[in-house]
Design a protein around this ligand. Sequence first.
Ligand SMILES: NC(=O)c1ccc[n+]([C@@H]2O[C@H](COP(=O)([O-])OP(=O)(O)OC[C@H]3O[C@@H](n4cnc5c(N)ncnc54)[C@H](OP(=O)(O)O)[C@@H]3O)[C@@H](O)[C@H]2O)c1
Length: 298
Amino acid sequence: MAEGNEVVVHVLAASLKPVDKQIAAGSHYASPRNFPFICGLDGVGRLENGERVFFGGCRAPYGAMAQRTVVPKAFVFPIPANLSDETAAALPNPGVSAWLTLTFRAKLRPGENVLILGATGVTGQLAVKMAKLLGAGRVVAAGRNQQVLQSLLQTGADAIIQLDAPTEDIKASFAREAGKSGYQVVIDYLWGPPTEAFLSAITHTGFAAIGAETRLVQVGESAGSTITLPAAVLRSTALSILGTAGIPPKDVLFDALQKVISHGAEGDFHLSTQRVPLSEVESAWEHSGSGSRIVIVP
Ligand SMILES: NC(=O)c1ccc[n+]([C@@H]2O[C@H](COP(=O)([O-])OP(=O)(O)OC[C@H]3O[C@@H](n4cnc5c(N)ncnc54)[C@H](OP(=O)(O)O)[C@@H]3O)[C@@H](O)[C@H]2O)c1
């Protein structure tokens, strides 16, 4: 039953993202303490009046991976007719995250060089496209999946770095692609060994004049939840490490969502999706997606 400031949504599709898995596994800082709990942070559905909307913020214990859910009225957003249910369910979460990471956190300025660590994931692929759209200079995409890496050269990446290589080769690639002007912005979806290799690659071995600052934004942990950070990294480079810093103010969040949905409707942010019925969610759970997003349909 919806309360005064809520609406019931008849769910059409809900994406299965890393954060949904982390929340269900109890490994996310926002994991529930009370059970039962229904999975799924957000999705697409119809209101009682037939309007198709993207929704989020389900009232616990309800979630998006269900036939119906209940959400605050303030967290439903109309979806343009030319966005499919799958794209409308899959795009907002990684899209808004990538947009806000580049604009609100990294404060990317036109012409700055950007490195995306974990560029072959769904969010990383969007970050590559968005960095270019926002006027980045050189965009370097680092990941493991060779096929997706190659495709990024058509959608915004100026160079790619293969991460399933010996560590010394990876470090050499980071150093080579940094060129003379270096990376001003690094968006990090991996953490763990790839980030350690990157930090090692930018560490100076002698006294050197400080170059332009590198702002590294920590967003995900697909390759590891911890790193070893030698003190020399921070003393020999002009590096700032930032996080995504939780949920931004509502006006900033909703403005980003609006922009992502409009660009999505214009076809700027294509992403690959795979439909899976809710009855098969268990087998989908362990599937990595290989660069495409699984979308659960009730
Ligand atoms: N805080 C936020 O707002 C926010 C929003 C979106 C995402 N995230 C986080 O960002 C991370 C990525 O999200 P996503 O949506 O892009 O996930 P995704 O679509 O599931 O992709 C994960 C990617 O990580 C790659 N990967 C895993 N282990 C790796 C390793 N050891 N070395 C190199 N690549 C590795 C995978 O490569 P393969 O295909 O080769 O396996 C895949 O491309 C997750 O930790 C997620 O929770 C945070």
